[in-house]
Design a protein. Structure first.
Length: 583
């Protein structure tokens, strides 16, 4: 048995484990706009008063609103009120990159593969929808948020992840509202990151007074953050008002046995000799040009010496048999195995010891089992002055980048929060990342993007599934004609829309469909389910029993009713096979 190394450890001045918590506010008692998150600046302009946001194509700033939007002053801010007169009314837009019709609006550099958060205070009635538009968010991630408003102001937040390629225009968040609802809006904000911080203007609009003026801190032994402003007292000013300067700063020091109550005496301009187990207080007094003064305190603990630590375990023991009476954590190199294994005593058994290394180079690497982090390899088969090379990376995914001449092709087997599947990308010119052809092979379907031809598309299982027909439920007084029941089906299209098809024949339970010259006498034979109703009325010609001169119309109305009418000779039945529309 060979002992490779031994050691001893002595521990002193151990950290006491306290955690310092910080909060910010706009008043000396911490109650005005208290927050434990320091606010980020807004990426958008004109989010405070919305001046001129209902204008035409000469708009500036980041906000565009419908001309019917009402503004109401609320202190230094305005809030918006909108009552839509139709469904699907897109009345509020927050542009990060405007479209070509409004070139003077603020343009924001949107980073690829980055989280952005939209936050806004809302109140009102009914359901409304926030959209991240257009095609700038990562595929297969949320880009729509439905919200239900109440009569109280409430903060709503929506976080999205940007795509790896950002369009050069029409990058925006917008709000869609429906007829019969009301929506009130203020403090809209877009910022980088997944956390919504308190409202702030943009970097071009912000003033010193917009920032929190006071800071408070306390320390304890838990990571839970208190929301009680009193716990952060005393609050100290750390950002002055515009136009007020500092004429003098006086710093003094004092020792105390208390870490919570500042000393009343003993303050001196020199740092006193530290006393272990006591607290060193620092007092800073600022005098401003308006003769007012502010005082701030900070405190630090002078730790006592820690007790001596226990002797450490011996180093690695090399032998073919396990060491007798090992200490917890003892290492043993077992020479009876091939390859020889280093094991660690857990207190009850020997387990294989894991060795962590930043860089490991070996001509031959043999393992019993392995859990390896990043694997990277480069290959180069270039010849004749033409690139034929690439890289293979295994980390969060298996990624191959292949270069042939001036082009590049990427194949990425992704299994992370950004998606699961196989991602491919081809760049005809590897130096121009704006021109690409991409595809995603995911459990939910196949997704394609071609920036060169401006094409996008997808194929899902729904697209290639043969959809069965469903019987249409007649209204009272109507039934199937010619043993050919009226049916419908909804087919998923490649562009994400649906085509609704119909077939069959219908007749009155008694008599025929009468000929009429008045549309008011047309008849309703059925009501459609909500999920297949058209967004607007759809009318088509239909075929009847062809007895006499007939002109027959069939229509699917936007409220779900199916209407039929005959002009000329009455018809004993009507076929609905011609009825078809897209939703």
């Amino acid at each position: 048995m060979t002992i490779v190394a031994t050691n001893n450890i002595t521990v002193s001045n151990v950290n006491d484990g306290t955690i310092t918590h910080t909060a910010y506010a706009y008043s000396a008692d911490g109650t005005d706009r208290f927050t434990t998150i320091y606010p980020n600046l807004n990426l958008g302009d004109n989010t405070k008063t919305f001046v001129g946001a209902e204008g035409g194509n000469n708009l500036t700033g980041s906000i565009r609103i419908d001309q019917a939007t009402q503004k109401t002053q609320d202190g230094d801010f305005n809030y918006l009120t909108f009552k839509p007169t139709r469904d699907g009314y897109d009345w509020f837009r927050f542009y990060l990159r405007p479209n070509s019709a409004t070139p003077n609006m603020t343009k924001v550099t949107v980073k690829p593969n980055t989280k952005y958060t939209f936050s806004v205070l809302l109140k009102g009635t009914g359901q409304h929808t926030i959209y991240a538009y257009q095609n700038w968010t990562l595929p297969n991630t949320p880009w729509i948020l439905d919200i239900n408003l109440t009569s109280d102001w409430k903060l709503y937040t929506f976080t999205v992840t940007s795509s790896n390629v950002i369009p050069d225009r029409d990058v925006q968040f917008f709000i869609r509202s429906n007829n019969g609802t009301e929506i009130n809006l203020k403090y809209p904000k877009v910022e980088e990151g997944s956390t919504a911080t308190p409202y702030m203007p943009s970097s071009s609009e912000v003033k010193t007074s917009d920032y929190p003026s006071y800071i408070g801190q306390y320390s304890d032994f838990t990571s839970t953050v208190s929301t009680d402003p009193a716990k952060y007292a005393p609050w100290t000013i750390f950002k002055g008002n515009d136009g007020v300067g500092v004429t003098s700063t006086v710093i003094t020091y004092a020792m105390s046995t208390s870490g919570t109550t500042a000393p009343s005496t003993g303050w001196t301009s020199s740092i006193p000799s530290p006393v272990k187990g006591q607290y060193l207080w620092t007092k800073t007094v600022w005098t401003s040009t308006d003769t007012s003064s502010k005082t701030a305190y900070s405190v630090s603990y002078i730790s006592k010496d820690g007790t001596n630590g226990t002797n450490g375990t011996s180093g690695i023991i090399v032998s073919s048999v396990a060491p007798a009476s090992p200490q917890n954590g003892q290492l043993w190199q077992d020479t009876s195995t091939t390859p020889q294994l280093v094991k660690k005593w857990t207190g009850s058994e020997w387990v294989i010891w894991e060795l962590y290394a930043q860089n490991l180079k070996a001509d031959t690497l043999e393992t019993v089992s392995a859990k390896i982090g990043k694997i990277y390899n480069e290959f180069d088969n270039s010849s004749g002055g033409i690139d034929n090379k690439g890289t293979i990376t295994i980390e969060d995914s298996v990624k191959v980048v292949y270069y042939l001449g001036n082009s590049s092709t990427t194949i990425d087997l992704v299994a992370s929060s950004s998606g699961q599947g196989l991602f491919t990308q081809h760049l005809p010119d590897k130096t121009d990342t704006s021109k690409f052809k991409q595809s995603w092979y995911m459990p939910t379907g196949l997704y394609f993007t071609d920036s060169i031809n401006n094409w996008t598309g997808q194929i899902t299982a729904e697209n290639v599934t043969l959809v069965p027909w469903t019987n249409l439920t007649y209204l009272s007084g109507y039934t199937t004609a010619e043993n050919n029941p009226c049916q419908y089906r909804k087919i998923k299209n490649l562009d994400g829309s649906y085509t609704v098809q119909f077939r069959g024949q219908v007749k009155p339970v008694s008599g025929s469909f009468p000929g009429t010259n008045s549309e008011s006498n047309f008849q309703i034979i059925a009501n459609l389910p909500a999920d297949i109703r058209p967004s607007r009325h759809t009318f088509l010609s239909a075929i009847g029993d062809m007895m006499g001169t007939q002109t027959i119309r069939i229509g699917a109305l936007s409220d779900g009713r199916i209407q039929v009418g005959v002009r000329g000779t009455a018809s004993s039945y009507i076929g609905i096979n011609s009825l078809e529309y897209t939703i």
